[in-house]
Design a binder for this molecule. Structure first.
Ligand code: SF4
Length: 694
């Protein structure tokens, strides 16, 4: 309250952390941010903010902001020293140019992020593809939501979460699979349970805060979600709880799916999931008899080598019962980052901008015509995905790496492989709002970037709501917006007038993106920034997709997929007898470059910990709060506080991944979904040892 009293100006904006997309009011005094409030008129959060949102303005003036370009002038092994922007960008263009001349243009690998504005991500895509002429451009969203994208494409022919947040309130049954929204999307979690008749079912190996809210918690064994989903399908078919009219009118592949699901005996499903047959029957009947049923999922599904097909198995249930395109009825991916959706739509990663397909001549020609370039300049297939860029760097096929607002030393699985890539690459650029970061330790060049609160544009949230992001503070020192950096690089490459004619602000990028998205599924063309801001965001595609039952596949029908449940890659054995699961906590965001700079959040959650079941603790003779090391076949994390708790089941341990000093990705596995290339963060085999040096 006292902070609110001293603010002289309040600016509307959208939170820059998670994909819920809460509307905020930021109070400034003499241009300095002093307070944050939830926007009471915003339809997403209705005035509420979680601890991260409430303190987000404190990040801007926290210590550790990057303020000047830094170059390792004397080469590797010498310190980073401050240089001018002119020198920094000249060096960047000439070093990348020399490497491209020697190894081909695809030797540059670029990793963008769902933290960028849609306008910036769109601008970056053109710069990488047409300016630097490399196809190897992806986002850190591949570590997060790529499997949701692939799964939607498998079933429906296109990405795009079909439902809306309001469905969480109107559904009479909500099934959450691998989704701890109480920690990860807290304000969305607030919207659950407002309907007293609603039944909430949570499938998660861990008794998460979300599981504690549930009417029914399904403590499934790790990676048994596909068996559970197939088992539910089996019961729906066996007991006639399907919407046959919907299936006949709007789907294909039903007969094959019926044969496939019939083979799933409930005893088998029970053995794989660890749930009783009665529990599976009860859940299937609740879902099948619901007037409107909602299935939400997050990283428990996506962070898997079977993530894409697990999404298809979720979609199967919605298709069987006609739970799509109606109020309360949707298969719904709850996205990760604040602008994961915007980057999915506007970038070059898994599709061309506007969800255009790389392999469609029509789509390439349409895009080339808008850009006034020959169509042959557009790639006919996607470039390397994030993990493949890293592997290509180890193999010296990618020799220059450019990381933008992402910190892979903490966030990428199997740190040793990543470290090899960073040290093998000949030129590494880190563009970030913070310095130093663990990834900057490996950089040849650091570019200081403005962050949320210092730039203007849009984010798109999990329900496809495009929201306005406003600037209310100036960047520190010489930091520049990512957009400015991209335009200056284009100028140095001699392509600014071709790629960005007359552009000087992100609004110029917005206007072109509107033309590029016009008539596409993700159509932004009918909204102005002003309308978006005044309405608390606007949803592309309307409140719900597929209300007419027509899907963007050639025949307009959604496709059933027969999805076998495979064991995960690294099973526990006598040397590594426990299954490690990693995840998040409400106080922190990703690798803590932002939340680690906010005292209140750090005080609430200063360190990592490892959760272990009392049965395992007794067997291994550990006591509460012992310091332990977590060891996998790849490496170890040392000196972590042990928490002995029934939150995790026997045979499993859990650790949050946010902390650089106790980096869970030292031990995680470099195994990836073959379709989406998303990493399997959720299961690897470890042993836990007492830390001798604590
Ligand atoms: Fe920000 Fe997400 Fe918290 Fe909302 S729930 S305030 S969007 S971090």
């Amino acid at each position: 309250i006292s902070e609110s009293r001293v603010a002289d100006t309040w600016t509307r904006t959208t939170c820059g952390y998670c994909s819920v997309g809460c509307g905020m009011l930021i109070g400034t005094r003499d241009g300095e941010p002093v307070a944050a409030r939830g926007n009471p008129d915003h339809p997403v959060n209705r005035g509420k903010l979680c601890p991260k949102g409430l303190s987000e303005h404190q990040v801007l003036r926290a210590p550790g902001r990057a303020t000047t370009p830094m170059l390792r002038r004397g080469g590797r092994g010498t310190p980073l020293v401050p240089v001018s922007w002119e020198e920094a960008l000249d060096v960047m263009v000439s070093r990348i140019g020399a490497l491209q001349e020697a190894h081909g243009t695809d030797t540059l690998g670029v990793i963008g992020t769902g933290q960028l504005l849609t306008e910036e991500f769109y601008t970056l895509g053109k710069l990488v593809q047409l300016g630097f002429q490399s196809r190897n451009y992806d986002g850190n969203t591949t570590l997060c939501m790529a499997s949701a994208v692939s799964g939607y494409k498998l079933s429906f022919g296109s990405d795009g979460p079909p439902g809306a947040y309001a469905d969480l309130e109107t559904a009479d049954v909500v099934l959450l699979v691998g989704s701890n929204i109480a920690d990860n999307h807290p304000i969305l979690c607030n919207r659950l349970r407002s309907n007293p008749e609603q039944v909430l079912i949570v499938a998660d190996p861990r008794v998460t805060k979300t599981a504690m809210l549930a009417d029914i918690h399904l403590p499934v064994k790790p990676r048994s979600d596909i068996a559970l989903l197939n088992g539910i399908a089996h019961i729906l078919l066996r007991d006639g709880m399907i919407d046959r009219d919907y299936v006949d009118a709007h789907t294909e592949g039903f007969d094959d799916f019926v044969s496939f699901a019939a083979d799933f005996t409930l005893q088998h499903v029970s053995d794989v999931t660890g749930l009783s047959v009665e529990t599976i029957e009860r859940v299937a009947h609740l879902y099948g008899n619901a007037k409107a049923a909602f299935i939400g999922w997050t990283m428990g599904v996506n962070h898997s080598t079977q993530g894409s097909v697990t999404v298809a198995a979720i979609n199967n249930l919605a298709m069987l019962t006609g739970n799509i395109g109606r109020a309360g009825a949707s298969p719904f991916s709850i996205t990760g980052q604040c602008n994961a959706m915007g980057t999915r739509e506007s970038g070059f990663a898994s599709s061309l901008p506007g969800y255009r397909k790389f392999d469609s001549e029509h789509d390439r020609e349409e895009l080339a015509a808008i850009w006034e370039i020959p169509a042959h300049r557009l790639p006919t297939a996607r470039g390397l995905a994030y993990p493949d860029i890293i592997e290509a760097a180890v193999a010296k096929r990618v020799t220059a790496l450019w990381f933008i607002a992402t910190n892979p030393v903490v966030s990428f699985p199997n740190f040793k492989l990543l470290q090899q890539a960073l040290t093998t690459a000949e030129f590494v650029v880190v563009q970030d709002g913070f310095f130093p970061t663990p990834t900057a330790d490996y950089a040849d060049l650091v570019l200081p970037a403005a962050i949320w609160g210092e730039k203007e544009g849009t984010y798109t949230n999990s329900e496809r709501r495009i929201s306005k992001v406003n600037a209310f503070a100036t960047p520190p020192g010489e930091a520049r917006s990512d957009f400015d950096i991209f335009l200056t690089l284009a100028e140095k490459l001699g392509v600014k007038d071709v790629l960005y004619p007359g552009w000087s602000t992100t609004h110029d990028a917005w206007l072109e993106w509107q033309r590029v998205s016009a008539g596409r599924m993700c159509d932004y063309s009918s909204f102005t920034w002003q309308q978006i801001e005044e309405n608390g965001g606007m949803q592309w595609g309307g409140e719900r997709l597929y209300e007419d039952g027509i899907f963007p596949r050639e025949n307009g029908r959604a496709l059933f997929h027969c999805v076998p449940c495979l064991p995960f890659t690294e099973q526990p054995d006598s040397d590594f007898g426990l299954i490690l699961n990693t995840g998040r906590t409400v106080e922190h965001w990703h690798t803590r470059t932002k939340t680690g700079a906010v005292p209140i959040l750090n005080n609430m959650m200063p360190n990592a910990w490892l959760e272990m079941n009392p049965v395992d603790a007794e067997r291994l003779q550990f006591r509460q709060h012992d310091r332990v090391n977590i060891v996998s076949r790849r490496s170890s994390v040392t000196n972590v506080e042990l928490r002995i708790t029934g939150i995790v089941a026997p045979g499993q341990v859990f650790m949050p991944f946010h902390f650089a000093e106790q980096n869970s990705n030292q031990v995680t596995l470099g195994a990836f979904d073959p379709i989406s290339r998303e990493p399997n963060f959720k299961q690897c085999a470890v042993r836990v040892e007492r830390c001798r040096y604590a």
